[in-house]
Design a protein around this ligand. Structure first.
Ligand SMILES: Cc1ncc(COP(=O)(O)O)c(C=O)c1O
Length: 363
């Protein structure tokens, strides 16, 4: 039978997403910004208590939403739970982005903004972080009068680690009168900054959060969108009835009831981030200030060969050579033992580039 499927043009225009890596279990996974020490033991205990009858019921959201709202220190009307942080970004396309309208992003950044935009058939206006990964403030301000539907800012940004603070955020929000501003705070816990207190003053501001990183629940997929109640009510209209599964809710409640575990992880990430940057600097590797649970480093032209060698030893890093330049890599802060293992392997395997026998130029 000859059939012509009426596929949307936006879908014909794009390729299927290919997972950047599989078969990662058991390796030193410093490539996806996961919490490699794992989630709180309280989460596993709570999941083990789930009954067969509970699993056969459609999930109820009122109580978990109240609990999560307390965790974020907002009212339940200001919070929407989603199927992971990725999904917390998709909802803005369903609510605000018509095909052929545009969004504004700052690259290099988290690829899901572009991903959802392509599916929505929207245009992407992209400005770029500076040579030292500074936030492109003036370019963003120049982009806003073109009225993009949504401005997405990962804060801190993945992969650069860049953090924007009050002064810059205020300038953006004062200028963005016809644009939704989404602060993607997947890594906010590692940065000591959040735009959450600003949602009451700015109805165009939304904050996207995730339990994948600090709470170590990436496998369960729980995210959240937070905004002022009236604005969030619009986003709710675009939501399916059961976007979040019960296991994710139970797990997040258990994780939230063990804040000491998250605090200890954050403290360890900050310690390792500073120590590892100093060690790399000692080896002549450039790093960029990071407010996330990762570091961006530039190993120069001999970087890609090093990353391949490390992969052969079961140490996975996120090679960004293709989009950022040869030798750029994003390194998740794993456990102390994992970071020691990585450093030892780098010391053994890395050969800095030389030009005419000279040491590479460092700045
Ligand atoms: C900036 C940023 N936002 C959102 C996410 C989404 O996280 P998840 O879908 O696991 O909640 C990530 C994950 O890496 C991220 O880096």
């Amino acid at each position: 039978m000859k059939v012509r499927l009426p596929v949307r043009q936006a879908i014909l225009n794009r390729r299927t997403y290919e997972a950047p890596a599989e078969g990662r279990a058991g390796k030193v996974r410093l490539d996806f910004n996961e919490n490699t020490s794992g989630c709180s033991p309280a989460v596993r205990r709570a999941l083990a208590r789930l009954t067969a009858k509970q699993l056969a019921m459609y999930p109820e959201y009122q109580k978990p939403a109240e609990r999560m709202a307390r965790y974020f220190r907002v009212c339940p009307e200001e919070l929407l739970l989603t199927n992971g942080g990725d999904d917390a970004l998709r909802v803005f396309f369903d609510t605000f982005v018509d095909p052929s309208t545009s969004i504004l992003i700052c690259e290099p950044t988290f690829p899901m903004y572009r991903y959802w935009a392509e599916i929505a058939g929207a245009q992407v206006c992209a400005v770029r972080y500076g040579a030292n990964m500074e936030f492109p403030m003036e370019e963003v301000l120049k982009g806003l009068p073109k009225n993009p539907r949504v401005l997405f800012i990962a804060n801190p940004n993945n992969p650069t680690g860049t953090l924007i603070r009050e002064k810059e955020l205020r300038r953006i929000l004062e200028a963005a009168t016809e644009t939704v501003v989404v602060m993607d705070e997947a890594y906010s816990e590692f940065s000591d900054f959040s735009a959450l207190p600003w949602i009451h003053k700015y109805p165009q501001l939304f904050v996207a959060r995730t339990f994948s990183k600090v709470a170590g629940l990436a496998a369960l997929r729980l995210g959240a969108v937070i905004g002022c109640a009236d604005s969030l009510a619009l986003v709710r209209r675009a939501m399916p009835p059961y976007p979040v599964n019960l296991a994710a809710l139970i797990a997040a409640e258990a994780a939230a009831s063990d804040p000491a575990r998250m605090r200890a992880y954050v403290a360890e990430v900050k310690r390792l981030r500073a120590w590892f940057a100093t060690e790399l600097c000692g080896l002549g590797v450039k790093t960029y200030p990071s407010a996330g649970n990762f570091l961006l480093a530039d190993f120069g032209p001999t970087g890609p060969a090093l990353f391949r060698k490390l992969e052969g030893k079961g140490i996975l890093l996120r090679d960004r050579s293709k989009d950022m330049g040869n030798g750029f890599v994003r390194i998740t802060m794993g456990t102390s033992a994992e970071m020691q293992q990585l450093l030892k392997a780098i010391r053994k395997e890395w050969k800095p580039a030389t030009r005419n026998g000279a040491a590479p130029k460092l700045d």
